[in-house]
Design a protein around this ligand. Structure first.
Ligand SMILES: *Cc1c(COP(=O)(O)O)cnc(C)c1O
Length: 216
């Protein structure tokens, strides 16, 4: 399965984040032995436990809702945080990164789904943040793109529209706020059920769990 997905992704230059949440370290090690290096976790505690026992050249991505008071635990090693959805959280990441003498890469998460439960910035809120003095003073974070989750629905038209919306937001931010920042290039969208659609709409990074590891 992983080789088939990898081939599909290679043809479109899309990065695979293997979402290993709830799966034991042994399963991650297996996939590591097949060459996979980027793994995504949604819980801080679980991510730390796996980081401690698995090879140190794994890139750990935090993809789930992150509470500010837990940032300090992942700050020493996390390689990308996908789920930045408030100024408060970004400030805390900056503070903890500074303590570690690191620059932590982040994606701004946008609310593109219609469901009330999904976290994320609105475009206006993000613009407000990007224009603020507070943001300009954050030297230990690097915004490398955007992330979004589509609605859980079989309605492909709706899912496609939501991915298109995230691409529009990315393009707007790229043109207006990150025109001279080559590192701002990632669009993290697409999961097991909708990654092909996401790639068609411009995804550069897909987060795939159950299709690789089996259902949870
Ligand atoms: C669990 C999760 C995924 C992967 O979901 P699958 O449907 O198993 O591929 C992707 N992104 C986030 C934010 C998740 O929490």
């Amino acid at each position: 399965m992983i080789n088939q997905i990898k081939e599909e992704l290679a043809q479109t230059n899309t990065t695979l984040v293997a979402v290993s949440k709830t799966k034991p370290a042994a399963r991650i090690q297996e996939m590591y032995d097949q060459g996979q290096r980027i793994f995504g976790e949604n819980k801080v505690q679980e991510c730390i436990e796996k980081y401690e026992i698995l090879p140190k050249d794994i890139d750990w991505h935090l993809i789930g809702h992150l509470q500010s008071n837990k940032v300090k635990y992942i700050a020493p090693f996390v390689s990308l945080i996908h789920s930045v959805e408030s100024e408060k959280l970004l400030k805390e990441i900056n503070k903890q990164a500074k303590r570690q003498d690191r620059v932590i890469s982040c994606l701004l998460q946008f609310k593109i789904a219609r469901e009330a439960t999904k976290f994320g910035f609105t475009q206006e809120d993000a613009i407000h943040l990007l224009k603020s003095e507070a943001f300009k003073n954050m030297e230990n974070i690097r915004i490398v793109g955007v992330m979004g989750m589509a609605s859980f629905t079989h309605n492909k038209v709706q899912v496609r529209q939501e991915f298109q919306r995230l691409k529009e937001i990315f393009d707007f931010l790229k043109n207006h706020h990150f025109a001279d920042r080559s590192e701002f290039k990632e669009i993290s969208m697409g999961m097991s059920g909708d990654y092909q659609l996401a790639i068609e709409e411009g995804s550069t990074m897909v987060r795939i769990g159950s299709l690789l590891f089996g259902s949870r």
